[in-house]
Structures are given as structure tokens and as C-alpha cells.
Design a protein around this ligand. Sequence first.
Ligand code: GLU
Length: 302
Amino acid sequence: MAGRFAPSPTGDLHLGNLRTALAAFLLAVSRGVPFLLRVEDLDRVASAPAHEASQQRDLRAIGIDWDGPVLRQSERFPVYESALARLTAAGATYECYCTRREIRDAVAAPHGTELVYPGTCRDLSPDERHRRRAERPPAIRFRGEGTVTFDDAVAGRFTGAVSDVVLRRNDGAPAYNLAVVVDDAATGVDHVVRGDDLLSSTPAQIAVQEALGLPRPEYVHIPLVVGPDGQRLAKRDGALTLDDLDSAGIAAARVRGALTRSLGIDCPDELGRVAVRDLAKGFDPTALGALGPVTPASLALH
Ligand code: GLU
């Protein structure tokens, strides 16, 4: 059994990511299980070692440490390929030749920022597939069916459609929705703590897990820190990374205190000799939903 934090090394962590990381860390510590760090660097263009290093520096700066070596998804392509082969052998995948533009044009209403694939390539005839394969390399999608219901520790009971998520991109790289499922199971993760922007991806991930015969972890989706307008944090919302805050004269210890309090834990700014991990036993993620939206202003850092 273990908990984990799994950032994509595509930039500095902001207050919302740091708060989620703290929640994941505190929950693992409170349960007395290892806390793992996984680098989700499947996207070789957007990911950079410099971001990986600054993310780890910032996690340490707010009192988070992790057990064992860091797992890097870019080093595990063969593991994802073998899971994909099992899904394909079970008839749970299909080739998709659509471009992003074709998908956009075929979808009436985009679902948040993600386009829900309308299933264009799901049932092509063998001839059609042969013809389209000559035009461009296919992505591989999951053949999703129906809906999945699960109980989230913060969001409560959630039901969502199982979408036909991409499992391997058409450039050959494994996709997030496959890798996350394979890695959580391979590393014994039994509770997944992450931002609630991923709540709607969870039904498909659970369906992929089931198709692979893997156990279902407990889900704990942490509400994102939002801007004053209730929208996703943006640069205009001010100093959001530890670097920005440090330049504004706000030390990491203050940020650590404010974020910990925003998780419903009573703690002073200056912890002195007390480590963040010593506060873990007061942590109850099921109470987070009732705390209301957290904004940079509500953290009262300035
Ligand atoms: N890598 C994802 C992100 O940074 C998180 C994935 C997860 O925790 O399942 O948003």
C-alpha cells in the first residue's frame, strides 16, 4: 500500500499543485504507508529535467519528502506496451486515425477542455481501416462502454461515462490514461490523491483497470485552488509559485503554514522543530469539500 504525487514536469508547481501534494503526503503519512513521487514525463516535448528539479526543490521546501527512488514514466514504455497488448488481445482497443481537427469538427459540445471522442473509428470495416492506415499512423483508443460509479472521499458518489480515451498516441508514445493505471497498480498505490480536474477522467481509468484485472484504488480528488472568479488559476492572479512568492517577500515557511491550514489542520506559520509530517494525524480529507473554495486571497499570504 502506498500514496503518491504524480506531477508532469512541464513548469513550476503553483499553489494548487502544492496544496494537492501536501494533501497526498499527509494522507500517506497518516496511514503509515510509503509516499511515492512519480514524474509523468510522457510528453517529451513539454517535459524538461529543469522543471523536474524545481518541482522537487519546491516540494522539499514546504516539508514534503518521499520514499524510494522517483519513478519516471519515460523509462517505462515497455511496461505500458505490454499492458496495451493485453488490452488489444482482449478486444478492448481500436485504431483511431482522426486528427484533432476532425474530432473537433465532429463533436457538438466539447466537454470542459477535453474533447470527448465521438467514436468515428470505432466500427470501421477492415477495408476502411486498411485504407486509413496508409494515410497516417493510428492512435490506439480504449473501447469504452457505459458508465462507472465510484465513491470519492471528497466529491462523494460520482458517475461518469467511460470515454474512448487514447492509450497510445499516434506518435507511438503511451498516453497518460494508460500509464497512470499501470503505474499506480505496479507501485502498490491504494489511494490516489490528485486535483479534481481529473475527476471526469476517473471512470475511464477505472474501466481500463478492470479490463487489465487490476485493483481499484480509493480516490481523493482535491478541489483546485481557484482564482477570485472561481476559474482555474492564471498568471493574472498574482504570485503563484514559491519563486514568485519568495520574490514578493513571502517565505516558503509561510506558504507551508497557509497551505496546511487550508487543509483543515491547525498549525502556526513557523513550525519550529515540528515537521509537516508530524501534523498528519489531524488530517481528514473527507472534510475538505465543506471548507469552501480556496483562493490565493483566502490563503492570506500577503
Ligand atoms: N500528471 C498529472 C498532472 O500533473 C496528475 C496525474 C494523476 O495524479 O493521476 O496533472
